[in-house]
Design a protein around this ligand. Structure first.
Ligand SMILES: [Zn+2]
Ligand SMILES: [Zn+2]
Length: 474
C-alpha cells in the first residue's frame, strides 16, 4: 500500500523483539537501521525513524550492542519473560505522547495472541498507520489492519557492511540509549551498560523486584457507554437489526421500536438521522407497524441474514473520513465481527451494539455504546409514554416510504400487500426458501451461527483474548 500524504513524512516508531527476530549470525548490526529505512522508503515513508530493540541483553555480544547504538538504535534490556509486557507498555505510552498521523512498526512473533486484542481496540479508537514484521508468517491472518507486513529475514540487506569494534566509543546518533528496564537505568556507553548488567545490584533487582510477565490490556476497563463527542453527535446512525435473535418482546408495540432506539441514542447525546433495517422471516411480523415507523424490512431465513453484504454496501456510501455510526442488534455479532473490525480501524465510524443477553467475553470490537435489547426497548417506551400518547396509526395497507425487500429473490416493493403476496404465494420464492433451508447445515453463516451459540453457552470468562490478563507482582 502506498503511503498517504499525511503518513509519508510522519514519524515512524519501531519496537523490535530481538529474540523472536534476531540478528542473523555474522550480520552487521549497524545494517539494521539502514535496511529498515530503505524498506520504508521503498513504500513511500520517509519520516524520522526511532527504533528500540528489546531482549535479554546479557546474551548480546558487545559488537552487536555497539553496532546498534552507533547506528541510532536504542537497546532495552528486559528479562525474557517480561519482553512483551515492557514492549507493549512502551507502545501504549508512545501512543499517548505521539498523536496520529504516525506509523508504528512492531517486529515480533507475538502480535497475534498477545498484543492484538488490546491493540485492535486501541486502533479502533485512535488509528495509527501500522507495519508488522515477523520471523514466521502467522497461520491465521491477523485482524489488525496493516499497510505493510514483512518477513524479518527479507528486510535485512547485506551489502555495504559497516563494522564497529568494541574498542571504539560510539558516536551516538539521534538520542539512542541503552536501557535497563529492570532497574530504570540508562546510558550511552556500551562499556557502562555491560558493567551494569553484570553488577550485583542489577542481578539482585531482577530477583527481588521482577518486572511483570503479562501484557496489561489497557482497554479492558474502558466503559461500555460514552457520551457523544461533537463530531458524532449529529452523525447518521445505521441500524441492522436481527429480529431472530433480538425479537420484539411479547405484547410490545412494534411502533415503539424506533422511538425507543432514538430515545436511548439521545440520552447519550446522539441525535443524527436513524435508519433501521429489520432482518427476519417476515411472514408473521407486524409489517404495518414497522414500516409506518420507517423501519426497512428485509426478508431472510434463519442462518442466511447476509447482513454483512448490506454493511459493506452502506460502507461504500459512507466516505472513510465522515463520521458515521453503525449499530448491530444481534446475539451473533461475532459472525460479522471480522468485517466490522476492519471498517472500524480504517474509517471514521463508531459502533453501537445491542444483544438479548450479554456476551460472556469482551469482544475485540470497540463500541461507543452497548445495550441489553429488552431494557433498551423498555426504557425508551416508558419515557415516550410519559411524554405523549402515541397517535393511533392507520392500519390501512397504503404504500409506505420504507423498503420491503426479499433478500432471497432480490425483490423489493413499497406495498405491504404485494410483499405479503410475494412471501406467501410466489413459487420461485418458495423454491429458493426450500433450497436455502435444505443447505442450512452446510452453510458458512449457519456454521458461524452455531459456533457463536456454542461459545456463548460454553466459553467461560473471556478465554481467548484475555489470557493476557494483568498479573500482580509477586
Ligand atoms: Zn539493571
Ligand atoms: Zn422472495
Amino acid at each position: 500500500m502506498v503511503a498517504t500524504e499525511e503518513h509519508a513524512t510522519a514519524k515512524i516508531a519501531v519496537w523490535w523483539d530481538m529474540k523472536a527476530c534476531p540478528i542473523p549470525k555474522g550480520y552487521d548490526a549497524g545494517r539494521v537501521r539502514p535496511s529498515l529505512e530503505a524498506e520504508f522508503e521503498e513504500v513511500g515513508y520517509t519520516g524520522p525513524v526511532s527504533i528500540t530493540a528489546y531482549g535479554d541483553q546479557t546474551q548480546t555480544p558487545g559488537h552487536i550492542l555497539q553496532g546498534l547504538i552507533y547506528s541510532g538504535v536504542s537497546v532495552a534490556h528486559t528479562r525474557s519473560e517480561s519482553t512483551n509486557y515492557l514492549m507493549y507498555r512502551d507502545i501504549v505510552e508512545w501512543r499517548g505522547q505521539n498523536p496520529p498521523p504516525a506509523t508504528m512498526m512492531i517486529i515480533s512473533d507475538e502480535v497475534q495472541g498477545v498484543f492484538d486484542w488490546d491493540l485492535l481496540r486501541l486502533q479502533q479508537r485512535t488509528p495509527y498507520n501500522l507495519f508488522l514484521a515477523y520471523s514466521d508468517k502467522p497461520e491465521v491472518a491477523i485482524v489488525l489492519s496493516t499497510s505493510e507486513e514483512w518477513c524479518w529475514g527479507s528486510i535485512l540487506y547485506t551489502e555495504g557492511s559497516i563494522l564497529y569494534t568494541e574498542e571504539c566509543e560510539p558516536v551516538v546518533v539521534q538520542g539512542a540509549k541503552l536501557y535497563c528496564k529492570s532497574c530504570n537505568f540508562d546510558c550511552q556507553s556500551v562499556k557502562k551498560f555491560k558493567k551494569h548488567l553484570s553488577s550485583y545490584e542489577h542481578v539482585r533487582e531482577e530477583v527481588v523486584n521482577p518486572t511483570y510477565d503479562k501484557v496489561v490490556c489497557v482497554t479492558e476497563r474502558w466503559a461500555r457507554n460514552y457520551k457523544a463527542t461533537p463530531e458524532f453527535a449529529t452523525a447518521k446512525i445505521q441500524v441492522w437489526w436481527d429480529m431472530m435473535s433480538c425479537p420484539i418482546p411479547e405484547g410490545y408495540d412494534a411502533r415503539q421500536v424506533r422511538p425507543s432506539l432514538e430515545a436511548a441514542f439521545k440520552e447519550l447525546g446522539y441525535s443524527g438521522p436513524v435508519s433501521i433495517t429489520a432482518y427476519n422471516d417476515h411472514n408473521h411480523t407486524p409489517l404495518q407497524a414497522l414500516s409506518s415507523t420507517g423501519v426497512d424490512v428485509f426478508h431472510v431465513v434463519p442462518g442466511f441474514t447476509y447482513m454483512y453484504s448490506d454493511v459493506n454496501n452502506w460502507h461504500y456510501d459512507n466516505p472513510p473520513q465522515s463520521a458515521a455510526i453503525m449499530m448491530v442488534i444481534s446475539d451473533f455479532v461475532e459472525s460479522i465481527s471480522h468485517g466490522l473490525v476492519c471498517l472500524l480501524q480504517e474509517n471514521n465510524y463508531n459502533l453501537f451494539l445491542a444483544y438479548s443477553s450479554r456476551p460472556s467475553k469482551m469482544s475485540f470490537l470497540l463500541t461507543s455504546a452497548e445495550w441489553l435489547w429488552e431494557s433498551l426497548l423498555l426504557a425508551g417506551s416508558q419515557k415516550r409514554l410519559l411524554l405523549h400518547k402515541c397517535s393511533s396509526e392507520s392500519e390501512s395497507s397504503e404504500p409506505t416510504a420504507t423498503t420491503l425487500y426479499c433478500k432471497l429473490c432480490h425483490f423489493d416493493t413499497k406495498s405491504i400487500d404485494i410483499f405479503r403476496t410475494h412471501l406467501s404465494t410466489d413459487e420461485e420464492h418458495a423454491k429458493e426458501e426450500t433450497r436455502l433451508l435444505a443447505s442450512r447445515s452446510s452453510s458458512v453463516d449457519e456454521r458461524r451461527y452455531r459456533v457463536a451459540e456454542y461459545d456463548r453457552q460454553h466459553l467461560p470468562e473471556v478465554k481467548n483474548y484475555r489470557k493476557t490478563k494483568r498479573m500482580k507482582k509477586t
